[in-house]
Design a protein around this ligand. Sequence first.
Ligand code: COA
Ligand code: AMP
Length: 629
Amino acid sequence: MTYKQVYQNWQQDPETFWMQAAKAIDWVKPPSKALFDENAPYYEWFKDAQVNTCYNAVDRHVEAGNGDRVALIYDSPVTGVKSKTTYSEMLDQVARFAGALQARGVTKGDRVIIYMPMVPEAVVAMLACSRIGAVHSVVFGGFAANELATRIDDATPKAIIAASCGVEPGRVVAYKPLLDGAIDLASHKPDFCVILQRKMEIADLVEGRDHDWQAFQDGAEPADCVPVSGDHPVYILYTSGTTGQPKGVIRPTAGHLVALHWSMKNIYDIDPGDVFWAASDVGWVVGHSYICYGQLIQGSTSILFEGKPVGTPDAGTFWRVISEYNVKALFTAPTAFRAIKRVDPDGELLKQYDLSCLKILFLAGERTDPDTLHWAEDKLGVPVIDHWWQTETGWPIAANPMGIEALPVKDGSPSVPMPGYDVRILSDTGEEMPTGELGAIVIKLPLPPGTLPSLWHADERYRASYLTTFEGYYETGDAGYVDEDGYLYIMARTDDVINVAGHRLSTGAMEEVLAAHADVAECAVIGVADKLKGQLPMGFLCLNAGVSRDRADVIAECVALMRAKIGPVAAFKLALVVERLPKTRSGKILRGTMVSIADGKPYKMPATIDDPVILDEITAALKTIGYPA
Ligand code: COA
Ligand code: AMP
């Protein structure tokens, strides 16, 4: 079948399409139907089924006689450790850890926060939660205590599972002080914590609250899989919105299983037993879908890589991993390739490895610029596939479906919508834009299985954030257009979200941090173009009247504050003090115009600007720090 036929099959009869896809899952009680729309616009899939995620990801492969197959490869150039976990070993580890959680009172529906670096235990913890119906929420290790505290208060976890430290090139990041700080800051307190002690940094445990990972599970009875209903959340994953309060994206169990399984062959062209490596982090959606769940649900092999594309130890590390483990497809962010290309522009390090196993490179998280696309195509000699999705959707909205049909690759496009996604381009007033014209990218409701039905304990926020601008459509927050062949082009965000090294960050949240500095009267944060990371945040600070301190000191404090409050991952290092911010007459800060000035792009003088002279002041201030770069 061609892509067109598959997409049309879905369009003509989505119910049959998804019930057919659902046959790949082992149900305790199969669903009677696919879509449940009685609570529209809150849609649910396979709601009346009974099923368990961990059973489908682990047990069933062992029962089918594939227990000796490798489920997870761990490769950590930052610690020098490598290991392989078979499906049988995974079953033992997960069942025992799940049993220990159960013995401590964690039951179906309880939330568990996981704050861990890229270690296999993070995957064990995720699967153990899903085994007993507990809802995990993984928090990325590069976030600071304050961000962790916000998530603790929103998810109200019974337990937190953490590690003593993470390892970044050249430094050990102690996680335990961040965890302790977060628990102090949060109003909600977990019943207990489990700490994986890594030898680089042994953490002090709080008597009565903290348990050592090993001791915690010594003698624990392995837990059985607990069936849950199809709409039961397998996890909550927080993502940046326009404010400092992150959005808790809910992932429902049944839709997640069906959609991820479907995506593995149809989009990624992976078969059971193949090795599929997503070089991301378990703290992001890519890590949930394609480090932990996708491969295991299908019975293929995943790689957990604790390192960076460059510097651990060199820009050949990706090639080493690919050849060493027979990787069939690699998935990473374009920024990783830009980092490699910068260090090894001629691909000299590539020549040291046999990469004949690699068939496809998938890129996502940000737009793949044509330079990076062509460099990767040239050097690797395999199709390089840009594809587009979001934390909210959990799997690709648009892609080149390599397991169905390899469509021609077009520069700057993540190709075509996947079945389940009816993508439209709308004007501000909700009319469909003609081919080739820019508009808001929306998806006609319902969204397909595996996507978010709502936000955690925030139905109204879900509606207000995604469903109200265009009645009947989900607003992606991205702007773009469709060409005459139906290929999508993702051009920009329509909100205050920026993308730094493939990481989604909220400028609104950063402004809240800066505004809290005692000397700052007003501020704005924008995303400026960066050759390596795509975008970098830049802060503009207006100081309180009478502040006579050295401005460099205030800036340094703001940079430190951002690192302490949001975390190093924000990569906030650029800030400047200005007298005034450009605004409209109604007081809205003209962030878009500031971005154009900083990027050296032409812009139209906004008709509603209050005082155009301020733009000259901004231009002059930017020049002092070398912008436009
Ligand atoms: N724990 C603690 N700190 C972390 C961290 C973690 N898990 N992850 C990142 N950080 C820190 C880094 O050490 C760095 O700190 P620094 O300011 O002291 O140097 C900061 O956060 C920014 O990290 P990062 O964005 O990773 O930048 P980098 O300069 O270290 O590396 C790249 C640049 C391009 C190599 C890197 O961003 C990369 O590999 N990106 C791929 C992104 C990706 O996989 N995205 C997921 C979507 S597919
Ligand atoms: P996240 O939820 O962190 O995965 O970020 C999702 C956002 O990243 C999208 O809404 C886009 O703005 C951006 N994004 C992800 N993939 C792509 C892509 N292939 N092309 C362009 N932008 C992308």
